[in-house]
Design a protein around this ligand. Structure first.
Ligand SMILES: NC(=O)C1=CN([C@@H]2O[C@H](COP(=O)(O)OP(=O)(O)OC[C@H]3O[C@@H](n4cnc5c(N)ncnc54)[C@H](OP(=O)(O)O)[C@@H]3O)[C@@H](O)[C@H]2O)C=CC1
Ligand SMILES: CC[C@](O)(C(C)=O)C(=O)O
Ligand SMILES: [Mg+2]
Ligand SMILES: [Mg+2]
Length: 343
């Protein structure tokens, strides 16, 4: 069994005397900065002028440029998008990265794929929450937490593991469980999970189900409720009590259909394709393609994003959700705070 660290296993005293720079104030950045601050840590946000800068100030945080924040902090957490990290690191973080400091990531991508080569006199580790940043904040505020992985890449001080665990506790992850890994394992499993199961696998499954019903003449609104809206309710049961817990709540008819039809949808060929996806991740083929797509200014990314937002399931969903005020948009909340801060 892997060792799982919880709050009571972690002494975060040493982190209290350090200054933490959270670079970037997006999905993960806003959650880390606010959670650490709420836990009594000394936090500065480093971000360029603009939307995020205004938001961080409106949230009551000390905000500096990336360069200034990196200069003043002992611990520098890099939370700008993966594809932009190398440029931001080279131009604005590296100059302030002196001996004795810690360079931290929430995903091992750039270090593992050799895009960022840290100097040899700093600690390098990652603390990677296993959940979207907006939920890292939301669960923290509700008294809970999102589990996280940590990995030490370089331990110059001899305290890198202690600091990583203290950081994980600071963002609330040790309320749920913190697990040790390596940069390689975190990077490859995170990419695999989001591509094959959590994001790519899921959206393709939902769309295929929706399209199958609509093409067979069923109402799109009904197909939306059946294939997307209800998914949360089913996943909530799995989150609470595992697959058998979910099956406890569904009808025996549904459970029999689950047993006999599920494996017809996800069969050995699907698993073989999952293995291909994993191979592309392990060999660096996926990373190379993603970095190239960004160098070209994201032509394919933008085209697919536009096409996806115009899919019938999205149009129907927007209409149906507007009639369910209890289904709150996390995105809307963020925008409202920014605009009210500017007014
Ligand atoms: N999203 C998630 O839930 C998860 C993310 N991670 C990892 O966390 C890291 C951050 O990802 P995520 O939170 O999604 O990132 P976001 O896309 O949400 O980050 C956007 C933030 O980065 C800032 N930014 C972008 N470019 C620059 C720049 N050139 N200079 C300064 N600031 C800049 C943006 O500022 P502006 O408003 O000015 O554009 C904004 O504050 C990644 O390594 C990711 O893999 C790990 C676990 C989950
Ligand atoms: C599942 C997507 C993720 O890996 C995450 C929220 O954990 C990401 O990179 O955003
Ligand atoms: Mg992830
Ligand atoms: Mg990820």
């Amino acid at each position: 069994m892997a060792k799982v660290y919880y709050n009571q296993d972690i002494n975060d005293g040493s982190l209290k005397s350090k200054k933490v720079a959270v670079i970037g104030y997006g999905s993960q950045g806003h959650a880390h900065a606010q959670n650490l601050k709420d836990q009594g840590h000394n936090v500065v946000v480093g971000v360029r002028k603009g939307k995020s800068f205004d938001q961080a100030e409106a949230d009551g945080l000390e905000v500096l440029s990336v360069k200034e924040a990196s200069e003043t902090a002992d611990i520098i957490m890099v939370l700008v998008p993966d594809e932009r990290q190398t440029a931001v690191y080279e131009e604005e973080i590296k100059p302030g990265l002196r001996e004795g400091k810690s360079l931290v990531f929430a995903h091992g991508f750039n270090v593992h794929f050799n895009q960022i080569v840290p100097p040899s006199d700093v600690d390098v580790f990652l603390v990677a929450p296993k959940g979207p940043g907006h939920l890292v904040r939301r669960t923290f505020e509700s008294g809970a937490g999102v589990p996280a992985l940590f990995a030490v890449y370089q331990d110059v001080s001899g305290n890198a593991k202690e600091t990583a665990l203290a950081y994980a506790k600071g963002i609330g992850s040790a309320r749920a469980g913190v697990l040790e890994t390596t940069f390689k394992e975190e990077t490859e499993t995170d990419l695999f999970g989001e591509q094959a199961v959590l994001c790519g696998g899921l959206t393709s499954l939902v769309k295929a189900g929706f399209e199958t019903l609509v093409e067979a003449g069923y109402q799109p609104e009904l197909a939306y409720f059946e294939c997307l809206h209800e998914l949360k309710l089913i996943v909530d049961l799995m989150y609470e009590d595992g697959m058998s817990g979910m099956r406890y709540s569904i009808s025996d008819t549904a459970q029999w259909g689950d047993f006999v039809s599920g494996p017809r949808v996800v069969d050995k060929d699907t698993k073989a394709r999952m293995k291909d996806i994993l191979t592309d991740i392990q060999t660096g083929k996926f990373a190379k393609g993603w970095l190239l797509e960004n160098q070209l200014n994201r032509p394919e990314f933008s085209a697919i994003e536009r096409q996806e937002s115009e899919h019938q399931i999205e149009k129907v969903g927007r209409e149906l959700r507007s009639m369910m005020p209890f289904v709150k948009s996390g995105k809307k909340e963020q925008k409202e705070v920014v605009s009210s801060a500017k007014n």
